[in-house]
Ligand binder design. Sequence first.
Ligand code: HEM
Length: 481
Amino acid sequence: MWTRRANHQIPHYKGWPMFGNLFQVNRERPELTFTEWAKHLGPVFSVKMLKQQFVVISSFEAIYETLVEKGNSFMSRSTQRIYRVDLLTENTEGISFMEPTPTWMKLKKTLHRKIRIYDTGMKRIEEINRGLIGNLVNEFMMRKVSFNPKEIIFNTVMNTILALLLGKTFRADEELFKNMMKFEQGVKLALSSSGKGTELDIFPWLRFFGNQTYKLILELKEIRNRVWELMKKEAALGDQMLDGSEKDFRLMTALKEVLTEKDSGLSEGLLKTVVVLDLVFAGTTTTANTLYIYLNIISQHPDVQGKLQEEVDAVVGSSRCVSLADKEDMPYTQATMFELLRFTTVAVFAPPHTSHTDATLQGHVVPAGVLVLVNLFALHHDEEFWKNPYEFQPERFLDEHHQLLPASHPNRRHLLPFGAGPRLCIGEALAKSRLFLVISSLAQKFNIHPGDVTTSCDPRVLLTGPILSSRYFEIIAKERS
Ligand code: HEM
C-alpha cells in the first residue's frame, strides 16, 4: 500500500516514480477518489499524475477562500496550454479557458447582462418559453409506451440557447440543429477530463500515430466551422426580419456589437468559440444532462413527485402554462431544483483555476502556476455537512414552515453548482429558469414512472465526461387526468 507523506507544504499521498498517483485514482470518476482522499488528507491536498502536479480543494471554507476571498488571485485558468482545447478552438480558447483579460471581462459582462433578461418575463421571451415547453409536453404525450427521454430533453434545451442567440428555434432535422447535436456529443468524448483523450495533452505527438481523439477533434473542428457559417446566415436573415417595434434581444447582435467596438480585442475566431463552445455547447450539455438525470430520479421518487404536483395544482392549476412569475409562490419546486443541482453536480470540477503568484489556501502555500481543481462533488456530498448526501431530499432547502431557506442559510451557501467569484458561470439564471419551467410543467401534466429499462439514480454511478451524464434508462409518462 502507498503511504501518506505530509511535506511542510501540501499533504499528499506518495505515488510511483514517474507515474505519480496515476494508478491510485479512479480514472472514470476521479472526483470520487479525491472525495475519499479529502477525508484523510484534509481539504487541500496535492496530486501528481505523470508530469502534471495539481492541488485539489474540497471543503466549503477552502473553496470559498479560493473562488471568492482570493478570487482575484485564483481567477487565471492555466499557465500551461491544454493541447486538445487549443486544437479544437484553433488557439482562441473562449471565455471558459481564457485568461482574465479586458476582452474576457467585456464578454462576460455583456453576456451576463443579456442573459438576465431571460428571467424577467419579457413578452417575446415568454412566448418562446411557452412554445418550447409546449413542444416538450406534446412530445411526451405522443409517447404512449416506455421511452428514453434524452433526445427530447436535449432538443428543448439546445433550442432555448439557439432562440436566445438567434431569436428563433429549429426543428431536429434542420442542418444547423443536426450539426450542433453531433458537435455536443463529440466534444463530450473528445474533451473528457479523465479516461480516453487525456493522453493527447501529455503526448501531443500521438497525433502522428493514428490517435482516435485527435481524429475526432479534427472532425469536430469541421462541424464547428459549418455550424458557425449557418449561424451567421441565420443572424443575417434575422436582421432582415426585424420590424423595429420590439427590442432586439438576440445575443448574436450584442456580440457583433462588441466585435465592432474599437480595441475590443474580439476577433471572429474568438467569437466563433464563444458562440459554439461557451454558449451552445456549455449551455446545452450542463442543463440538458441535469434534466435528463432528473427524469430518472423523479420516476423513482413518487413522494417528491406528489408534492410537486400538489404545489403546481394549487398555484397554477391545470389549464394555464407555468410562468417564471410563479416561481416565488412555489418553494417546494425551487427546493427540488436546488436539491437536483446538489445531488447531481454535473460540473464536478470547475475548469482549473490558477494563481500567477505564490498564495496560501487554508494555511498551505500553493506555488504560482499550480493548477487548482475545485471538487464541487465533494462539497455537495460532504457527509460531515449534509445528512445522507446520497439521498434525494428537497426538504433540505425548506424551513419548518415549508418555505425556501434564505440565501444566507448554510445549506444554501454550501450549494455552489455554478462556482462563485469572478469565474462564476454566465448561464446560472438561464439554467435555473429552464430547470424550474421543465420540472413544474412536467409535474403539472404527467405522472412519471420507471420504464422497461431502469438504472440507479445514485450520483456515484453516473458516467464521466467534461459533464456527468446518466446511463440509459426509460420512463413512462402517463398524462394526469
Ligand atoms: C445546470 C447548468 C449549469 C451548471 C451546473 C454550470 C456550471 C458551471 C461551473 C461550475 C462553472 C465554472 C466556474 C468556475 O470556474 O469557478 C461554469 C462556467 C461557465 N459556464 Fe456554466 N453551468 C451551467 C449552465 C451554463 C449555461 C446555460 C451557459 C451558457 C449559456 C454556461 C456557460 C458557462 C461559461 C461560458 C463558463 C465560463 C465562465 C468563466 O470562465 O469566466 N453554463 N459553469
